[in-house]
Design a protein around this ligand. Structure first.
Ligand SMILES: CC(=O)N[C@@H](Cc1ccc2ccccc2c1)C(=O)O
Ligand SMILES: [Mg+2]
Length: 368
């Protein structure tokens, strides 16, 4: 397609409850949507960067700037492009995976809508619904945590993930096991809050039969994760460290992880996400789809990705209501612990105009 119009739309969505992790507490999700128009079709992309560079080096104002000054002009200069062209056209620019992913996603959505193909079909989905896990934040007290976990289990979530940090790790896990039993699928996510010197402490999680411990160490500490993995029995899963298929292959070869959390925004797009899936399947490494508090647009694409064969663990593909009282698309609602994979062309969902307007804080049409 040839891009005739590109809009950068900032939105701000209140969270139904504060979401606390080892890097801070969020009460609102700011996001950047990329809308592309061309060849009588439009497509939507969602940039999952945070407003502040707390999860990864990217942040929303930087993503908007790099799209405005470098990425969109480069795709426009390339003339007519298909989605696989986008990553190549953008490859001279270093980093900014989440900004690149949003632009590729918008072009892919437009292309697939034109062709009447769904994301699921394009990516190679083999399931028509996916089992859903939920990410539970750090809480003020154990009773508050147990209430939250009980609520999510009542909603039907098939897997519980607890955010942890030093001082909030062994006790919350013990409390959840004691209250809800050994059969609940349970995992933890540290968001890089520990160091390899904490190995003996993290080994205290081993008796609780966790599915995995996610990203305990710094994004760039691959060897530290390999050393930690030799000292604990809980399988190590990487999130922030896996920025490309090459990074995934290296981490697996270095025994730094036995499980991978795939997030399309973090790796530069859904096409690279599929390549990571393929690399992990080739190495016998299970993958699951991570979440970045996406709206229904990103959620639709993530659910399609989570339906690929190698996604054998429940992901953070929670229902819209986990985060938002009113999503900008028709809400994703859990049914028997699963979400249905959208079947319509492209993303299979579109923003509901008045809901989108309610949360829009700025619209910028980039010059042609
Ligand atoms: C569902 C989940 O735990 N996601 C991330 C962490 C995270 C947490 C909070 C966020 C708030 C705003 C934007 C992105 C965010 C990402 C993770 O797996 O590590
Ligand atoms: Mg994580």
């Amino acid at each position: 397609m040839k891009l005739t119009g590109v809009q950068l739309r900032r939105i701000s969505m209140p969270l139904v409850s504060p979401f606390r992790t080892s890097f801070g507490t969020q009460t609102t999700r700011e996001l950047l949507l990329v809308g592309v128009v061309g060849d009588d079709v439009e497509g939507w992309g969602e940039c999952v960067a945070m407003a502040d560079p707390l999860y990864s080096p990217e942040y929303l104002d930087a993503a908007a700037d790099v799209l405005r000054r470098f990425l969109v002009p480069a795709v426009r200069a390339a003339g007519s492009v298909t989605a696989p062209d986008v990553a190549r056209v953008l490859s001279p620019f270093k980093g900014h995976q989440m900004a690149k992913a949003a632009l590729e996603m918008a072009v892919l959505d437009a292309e697939l809508r034109t062709g009447g193909r769904s994301f699921a079909r394009e990516l190679g989905a083999v399931h028509d619904r996916v089992p859903c896990g939920v990410s539970v934040g750090i809480m003020d007290s154990i009773p508050q945590l147990l209430d939250a976990v009980g609520g999510y289990l009542d909603e039907g979530y098939v897997r519980i993930k607890l955010k942890i940090e030093p001082g909030w790790d062994v006790e919350p896990v013990r409390a959840v096991r004691e209250r809800f039993g050994d059969d609940v699928l349970l995992q933890v996510d540290a968001n890089t809050a520990y160091s390899v010197g904490d190995a003996r402490h993290l080994a205290r999680l081993d008796p609780f039969d966790l599915l995995l411990i996610e990203q305990p160490l710094d994004e760039d500490d691959i060897l530290g994760h390999a050393e930690l993995a030799r000292q604990i029995t809980t399988p190590v899963c990487l999130d922030e460290s896996i920025t490309s298929a090459r990074a995934a292959a290296a981490a697996i070869r270095l025994d730094a992880c036995r499980i991978v959390n795939i997030k399309p925004g973090r790796v530069g797009g859904y096409l690279e996400a599929r390549r990571i899936h393929d690399v992990c399947v080739a190495h016998g490494v299970p993958v699951w789809c991570g979440g970045m508090l996406e709206t229904g647009l990103g959620r639709a694409a993530n659910v399609a990705l989570a339906a690929l064969p190698g996604f054998t663990l429940p992901g953070d593909t929670s229902g819209s209501g986990r985060y938002y009282a009113a999503d900008i698309t028709e809400p994703f609602v859990l049914r028997d612990g699963h979400l249905d994979v959208p079947t319509g062309p492209g993303l299979g969902v579109v923003p509901v105009p008045d809901r989108l307007d309610e949360v829009t804080t700025s619209i910028e049409w980039l010059p042609g």
